[in-house]
Design a protein around this ligand. Structure first.
Ligand code: SAH
Length: 404
């Protein structure tokens, strides 16, 4: 708590001339190259005051000398110094905006806090039934972990709070890996949750990211509207979100492909848990690109294909290479569809905007010798909002394409 008691001696970070514009427009990142180096820096995670080259107040932020993003701005009102109460209020506001989702009876897994979008950089909180999963990816949030835990407990009274911080992101912030119970009960190894009335088991400690991809909630439901009577192929299926929704809507058969052994195990448990006809389900543990070639060579065809790959473009500089990979993947998928066939294809690379993604699809269709229509554009759900001043927060996009 020392960092908060010493607010009176708050460090000032001065920006170079011409580097304050984006920050004035409420963009939350100050890159290390924009900062005047005055020798003695604050501690990582400390609250600092950022000023322009003429010493005019810009915003308060969280400092990290080890990160490419030297300051994450959180408060633009100079009268509201971020203290513990500030964090509590921000957490309360974030949770408040999720109330409509929290009241839903057929879904009990919700993202409660989505980092910069909720003015809480480095902090992601997901609700899984009666447990919370917390990811802390920045030094500033790490410093007030006790406040975060306490406020979440007060607001939501979960059975337990589990920390599942991504080791890679933390390494960039100079933070040690973290995976364990923060307070309350340890969640069961397989915790049952519900989404759109479908049951899932989530492995909070070992699953990917925080255990479940709740950002595809609406897209799974929409895609499944077209699944009745269809032969569905769900690629990069993870715990089976698209496969299970397709079954629930009367798919004739579902093939689910993922390279991860834990994904396969979770998927199979989930098919059984929901009582879907296992004789109509095939789970293939394989590399999707290789498997699509196998299907192609053997003449296997599908009526609906889902492609939901991991992030191919980690940054803008990797965009061109990623575009080629997306094109190749989608071309391979389109080759397995006949006229009337549907492709639900996604990209979770923030660097790729939806316009570019459409171009990639047009290019893939041309190469596959198919004509396609865009039937629907997909995005991220309301518990993953995008701040107008932080377009980088918009990462998930998808297209429902029909072969015509
Ligand atoms: N569609 C899923 C989420 C997909 S996340 C859902 O609705 O929940 C991306 C998935 O791709 C992960 O499960 C990961 O194991 C898998 N994956 C990554 N690279 C792969 C590859 N080359 N072949 C097959 N699966 C892969």
């Amino acid at each position: 708590m020392a960092s908060y008691l010493s607010l009176r001696q708050m460090h000032t970070i001065k920006l170079k001339k011409g580097k304050a514009k984006a920050a004035h427009q409420r963009h939350p990142w100050i890159f290390s190259g924009a900062v005047v180096d005055d020798g003695e820096g604050p501690q990582n995670g400390e609250v600092v005051q950022v000023v322009d080259h003429l010493d005019g107040f810009v915003a308060y932020g969280l400092y990290n000398g080890q990160s490419r993003v030297a300051v994450r701005l959180i408060e633009w009102d100079s009268d509201r110094r971020p203290d513990e109460e500030w964090w509590r209020v921000r957490i309360q506001r974030a949770v408040e905006t999720r109330q409509p989702l929290l009241r839903s009876s057929d879904t009990n897994t919700v993202r409660l806090i989505f980092a910069e979008a909720d003015f809480l950089p480095g902090l992601i909180v997901d609700k899984y039934a009666d447990f919370l999963s917390v990811q802390i990816h920045a030094a500033g949030a790490e410093k007030v972990k006790h406040v975060i835990t306490d406020e979440l407990n007060r607001l939501l009274r979960p059975l337990g709070i589990y920390e599942r911080s991504d080791a890679n992101a933390r390494m960039h912030e100079g933070l040690p890996a973290a995976n364990g119970v923060l307070c309350g009960d340890t969640p069961p190894e397989w915790l049952e949750i519900r989404e759109n009335g479908i049951r899932y088991e989530v492995n909070i400690a070992a699953g990917q990211k925080s255990g479940f991809y709740c950002d595809q909630r609406d897209n799974r439901l929409f895609t499944a509207r077209y699944a009745a009577g269809k032969r569905v192929l769900d690629c990069f299926c993870y715990s089976g979100g698209f496969s299970l929704n397709a079954f629930a809507n009367g798919a004739a058969s579902v093939v689910s492909v993922d390279s991860s052994a834990l994904a396969m195990e979770t998927l199979k448990r989930n098919v059984t848990l929901n009582g879907f006809d296992e004789s109509k389900h095939v789970a293939v543990q394989a590399d999707v690109n290789k498997q699509l070639r196998v299907f192609s060579d053997s003449g296997q065809r599908f009526d609906m294909i889902v492609l939901d790959p991991p992030k191919y473009a980690p940054s803008r500089s990797g965009l061109e290479k990623a575009a080629r990979a997306y094109k190749d993947l989608n071309r391979r998928g389109l080759l397995l569809l006949e006229r009337g066939g549907l492709l639900a294809t996604f990209s979770c690379s923030a660097a790729m905007d939806v316009g570019t993604f459409k171009q990639v699809l047009a290019w893939a269709a041309l190469d596959a010798g198919k004509e396609i229509q865009f039937v629907r554009q997909f995005t991220q759900p309301e518990d993953h909002p995008v701040r107008a001043s932080f377009p980088e927060g918009e990462y998930l996009k998808g297209l429902l394409c029909r072969v015509v």
